[in-house]
Structures are given as C-alpha cells and as structure tokens.
Design a protein around this ligand. Structure first.
Ligand code: FES
Ligand SMILES: [Fe+2]
Length: 399
C-alpha cells in the first residue's frame, strides 16, 4: 500500500472503532510501524542484574534486528548492533553469555566490549582498525531498568526520569534481581498484542485468575471508599499515591512516554498471586501492604505492574508482520533467595497463566482479522485506553 493510500485510510478512520484489516496485514504498514515507532522509541531491554560482571551480555531482538546489551570494561551498559563491520555477520549467536572480547565466528574479527575493532587478520599493513567499531544505539538506565533507543537523536529520556523517579523510589528497583524471565511467542501482528494489553474488557471473560484480585476487571464495582482506604494506606507504606501520565505525539517527545498509577485491589488481596497473599519479601523501602497495585509505563510498548512484593515488566515487540513477542521479567529484591524467601512457581503463576490465556485470545483475534469477512467494530467504554492508543498509533505512522 503506497503512502497516499495509507494516509487516506488513516484520515477516513472512524472514531472509537477497531482498526482496518490493512493495519494487521499490509507489509508496507508494518514497515512503517517498525521505522516510525520501534526504531524511534525507548524500549525496555532488560535489567542490570542480568549483566552484573564486566563482559556479561544478552541479546535484545526485534523485527530482524539484534542488539548486544553488554557491561563494558568501563562498567557501563552498552548497546551494540549485532552486525559485524566486515561482511555483516551476526557476532553473538546465543541469547546471552560472558566474554572479554566479542569475536565474529565468520572471519574472526575481534571487538572489545566498547565495540572497537581490536583484531582482524590478513587485512594488509596499511589497514587502520581505529575507525571501525560496532554501531551503538542509545541506552538509559532508570533504577536498574535498561532502556534503548535506535534513533540517531532520540527524544530526551530526562522527562521520563523526572516524571517517574519519585514514584518508583520505594521499590528500589536498582537493587532488584530478575527472578524469572520468559518470552511468549504470539502468532499475531504486534498491535493485536498491545491492544489486548491496553484494555481490561477481556479480563472478566478471559482471566478468572486475575479478576479475582484486580479491581480493573470490574471498575464500576470499585467504590470511592475503597480507593480512599488504599490510597491513605499507600502513603503510610511509603508508596506514592500520585498519578502521572505523558503520552507524546510531537516529534520532540515521541517515544519517551511515561505513566504511573496506583489503584486498589479487591479486599483480601494484597498482591498478584493465586490466593492474593504475598509471594516474596516486600520490595525496597516499602513498609507494608496497602492493598493496592501500580501500573507504570516507559515508552509506548514497555509496561509494568508493581506489587509490593514483586514487579513484572512487559515488553511487546514485532518479529514479523504476523508474529510478535511478549517478553516478561519478574523482579524481586536482589537478596531474596529462591526456595527460601520466595517460591518461583508461586511468584510466576498469575502472570504466566494470564499471559498464556492472552496468547490464545490474541491468536484467535489474529485469525479473525485476516478473514474476508472481518469488519472493524465499535469499541466499548472499557476500551477508552485502547482507542487512545489506536489514535496515537494512527498519528504516529501517518505519512
Ligand atoms: S563477517 Fe564478521 S569477520 Fe567477516
Ligand atoms: Fe489479558
């Protein structure tokens, strides 16, 4: 579909209506999604606890790109493009590792941990290695969470830091550790995965486990009294009760969105677990359970749920036009020991069953939107945020 046709389709899009089929099936639109959104936004790559020692690295992959996230010799976090400067081979082939040098297996060009070329055999006497380095993309670390941005001049990260630092402080995420990380492959265009995350209209029918404890599944039943009760306890527990939200469309801030919101869980539930009871020690400086939970967001496709005892970080990425990934990290205090302070299966249970269900419903959705008979339908009141997200998306890719 050419640019004019994409523009016309966007301009004709009716308000509060699901997206047209082309947004899920057209290869040119997909290319725009990647170039206009993914290659310009701050994206969650991982946590510093995954690269504790110098030379530790892991890969962050999306839409055919591969980035080596490595702790450099200068003890900094670097994000190096996994594309050899000789003839372009991938250099790191496993998902993670630890190395003093990054060696391309094709012809053995060797790079240091800053990405500078240090060794290249048979290149002749006058070959100058000094100007050759692996390409680097921007990184920022917010309380131990590593965010990357492919853009040459990304939107400044400072506003995100300023907006979230105070709210996130009590969790002390820089002192946390990834207790479990899992990637769920979803056979669906990435937007179907994100759209599903943006609404809780599907929670009651699709997530009985989640709906037992989380009031988002039934907001009309959430009383002002419950809200007040939890918010007053939040402060006593050292948690922030303020809500912040910045979603950008202007070029300056694009891709550096952030949001933080705390809200009550149903009475009797203090965290996201099978029985609503704690599954790990209180995080950071938090002094007790207030009966609430927090949603926060950095950039357009990286979300998190922060309970008093653990945090789950979600990131959605495209793999190809009809494939996406949902990557989830479960964080606990760094000194919490598996088997003693927490049971990994109990910790992971809720968001694993919930994501397995999400994968199923998203994949059925993907089959349906490809049908000859698919026609976009109207959105419900519980899909306000989905419409906000869709409107943002349509503006973001508009030629
Ligand atoms: S492609 Fe990497 S050394 Fe040749
Ligand atoms: Fe869901």
């Amino acid at each position: 579909m050419d640019k004019q046709a994409i523009k016309a389709l966007i301009e004709a899009h009716p308000a509060r209506t699901a997206l047209d089929q082309a947004f899920y099936t057209d290869a040119d639109i997909y290319e725009r999604d990647v170039s206009q959104i993914y290659l310009k936004s701050w994206l969650y790559a991982g946590h510093i606890s995954e690269i504790v020692n110098i030379g530790d690295w892991f890969l962050f992959e999306l839409a055919g790109e591969s980035v080596i996230i490595v702790r450099s010799s200068e003890d900094q976090v670097s994000a190096l493009l996994n594309v050899c400067r000789h003839r372009g081979s991938r250099i790191c082939l496993e998902k993670k590792g630890c190395a003093r040098r990054l060696i391309c297996r094709y012809h053995a060009w060797t790079y240091d941990l800053e990405g500078h070329l240090r060794g290249a055999a048979h290149m002749g006497e006058d070959f100058d290695k000094s100007g050759i380095s692996l390409k680097k993309i921007h990184t920022e670390v917010l309380d131990g969470m590593i965010y990357v941005n492919f853009a040459e001049q990304p939107a400044p990260f400072e506003p995100v830091r300023e907006g979230l630092t105070e709210c996130l402080r009590p969790y002390r995420l820089e002192n946390a550790r990834v207790a479990h990380r899992q990637t769920y492959a979803i056979e669906a265009n990435w937007k179907l995965s994100v759209e599903n995350y943006t609404e809780c209209y599907h929670c009651a029918p699709s997530h009985p486990e989640y709906s037992r404890g989380h009031s988002l599944a039934k907001p009309e039943a959430r009383s002002a009294a419950l809200m007040d009760e939890v918010m007053s306890r939040a402060q006593a527990c050292g948690l922030s009760d303020k809500s912040v939200s910045r979603i950008y469309l202007d070029a300056e801030g694009f891709g550096a969105d952030y949001a933080y919101e705390r809200y009550p869980m149903w009475r009797g539930h203090v965290t996201g677990s099978e029985d609503g009871q704690p599954v790990a020690p209180l995080m950071g400086d938090i002094k007790g359970y207030d009966g609430g939970t927090t949603d926060f967001q950095v950039g357009p496709v990286s979300f998190a749920l922060a309970y008093c005892d653990y945090v789950v970080i979600y990131r959605f990425t495209p793999v190809s036009l009809h494939q996406s990934e949902c990557d989830i990290s479960w964080l606990v205090n760094a000194d919490a020991e598996a088997g003693k302070d927490y049971d990994k299966d109990r910790l992971v249970w809720l968001w694993d069953v919930t994501t397995a269900a999400d994968k199923r419903i998203i994949e059925y959705n993907a089959e349906g939107v490809k049908s000859r008979y698919y026609e976009p339908g109207p959105l419900s009141k519980m899909e306000d945020y989905t419409w906000k997200y869709m409107s943002w998306y349509l503006q973001a890719i508009k030629p």
